[in-house]
Design a protein around this ligand. Sequence first.
Ligand SMILES: [Zn+2]
Length: 169
Amino acid sequence: MASISVRGASKTKGLVRDIKDIANFCLHRLMQDRLANKIAVDFFIMKEIDDEEESEGGGGTIGDCEWMDDAYSPKEFSVRIATHSIKNGRLKKFNRREILEIVCHELVHVKQQAKKEKYFHQRKDLVKFRGKLYDTNKVNYWDFPWEIEAYGRERGLYEMWLESKKSKK
Ligand SMILES: [Zn+2]
């Protein structure tokens, strides 16, 4: 099992348990058990993420993922998850499913870094992904191949986790 901690979600019934459960499910689905067992993720669940630097999906950051130990071979990650987004100037609360899909999305980014598919270059605006260098100022967010993978897998990971829960009962 990976080591998962969750902060900031204790008031929402069952959310901590669900995040720990789906995080372990995703990590073991996305990488070999040997690597997944070495991964540690600290989740911080918050209403809004206050960050101008990076944003998921443009309309305010709803999740982000940072390595904490070693840029070259990271095993420890810090992931922030927002429970609200801003739509037409108003705060809208995500439902449980939406929050857990953001968790799945960020775990794809954990996988990309843990498996050394994605590196941040010394120059902050450059990202190396599967051997190719991308200038994040010149490529649209929605065209980033690491985002295409994360958006492409978030729903399927969620669905597979639901299935796995059903079969356990
Ligand atoms: Zn993303």
